[in-house]
Design a protein around this ligand. Structure first.
Ligand SMILES: [Zn+2]
Length: 51
């Protein structure tokens, strides 16, 4: 297994529901461009869906 492989992850703002895709590992969670608060992880996306 490759431990340093990047994984797509969807994060969302708990306040305004703005969502964004990030790639882990990441140093710190991105902040919502509207609210300026830290976003939270929504779900771990399955990377094998690019058929
Ligand atoms: Zn927000």
């Amino acid at each position: 297994m490759q431990r340093d492989k990047t994984e797509p992850m969807q994060v969302a703002c708990p306040k305004c529901r703005y969502t964004e895709i990030i790639y882990i590992p990441i140093e710190e969670m991105p902040r919502c461009p509207k609210c300026g608060i830290r976003m939270v992880i929504m779900e771990l996306l399955d990377e094998g869906k690019s058929t």
